[in-house]
Design a protein around this ligand. Sequence first.
Ligand code: ATP
Ligand code: MG
Length: 332
Amino acid sequence: MRGLCVDLGTGSTWVCSLPGGATVCEPSVVTVDTEDGIIIDAGSISKEAIGKTPESLMAIKPLSGGVIADYSAAEGMVKMLVKKALNRTVLTGVTALVTTPSNATQMERRAAAETVKNLGVSTAYTIPGSMAAALGAGVNVLTPTGNMVVDIGAGTADSAVIALGTIATGNCIKEAGDSMDAAIVSYVKRKYNVIIGENTAEKMKIELGCALPKAKNELKKYKGRDISTGLPREIALYSEEIRLVVADIIKKIIDSVIITLEKTPPELLSDVMEAGIILTGGCSNLYGIEELFTQKTGFKTKVAESPSGCTIRGAQKVISDKKLKKLLKITD
Ligand SMILES: Nc1ncnc2c1ncn2[C@@H]1O[C@H](COP(=O)(O)OP(=O)(O)OP(=O)(O)O)[C@@H](O)[C@H]1O
Ligand SMILES: [Mg+2]
């Protein structure tokens, strides 16, 4: 094994080894024993445990808004996921690459790189998520032609116009899938007097959420707790309700993309106009999002193939290609 790539995402973390090694993708959640602080699980079981843990355990999300919020939880999570993928935790002599938001500070980049350093890797690099996402979406980032990628994840919406291996203009905001979930929790509380957990809100977003009205206004039932009685209660929600709740956040994302376009030099802008905007990240699965982008920006927009996996695919490309290696930043 020569390389290790980690896409440290707010919602999910991908780990893969190179060449051609195992890949795991798990929710970025850990379960911690509250008494001794030891991490006992990382991934999907911990995510299911959110809102259900007894007093002796705590489900923690180590990342918020794309950056590490709890360093020891992040480090423990990466170690557990590496063990799951590779069945070992000592990676002597391996080159590692960790993704960060495009506007991460040097300290934030260093913290991301540190999560792999205790595995014994020889060098730890970082790469801006939007650059990796562009590569994973099939963009040739080294040419002088400008391409625009918008990666809409759980914690960030990261837009960038890329040419000659650099981010010419970009904008990264902390409004994405997690803010949509939080807005759904508040809406359900206000409208139905019912409390739901963040996992239920995410389920509502994935099942009913849309950027444009669906042909059929779907109705689905969910369970929560009635605030007045304290008892469980079933509520039914329409996809149109969820569309209106997430619309504000999608608007903020599109506004941030327009700001990036406004900052872009005219020559690159005409390239983007020709090629169109590419959407990556889990939230680009939202029904109608590319159509709404086209309407609001005036640029044709398409969703990349398997949009959630673009960043890790791009990271894999960089680490295995000599010409692309110059895109990496050594983080010491
Ligand atoms: N089918 C879907 N419809 C709507 N949203 C979805 C869908 N699938 C996943 N998502 C949302 O996508 C987000 C996760 O996307 P992704 O895995 O790209 O984020 P991340 O890389 O973990 O976060 P970030 O890059 O912001 O740190 C979550 O908010 C999730 O609920
Ligand atoms: Mg991401």
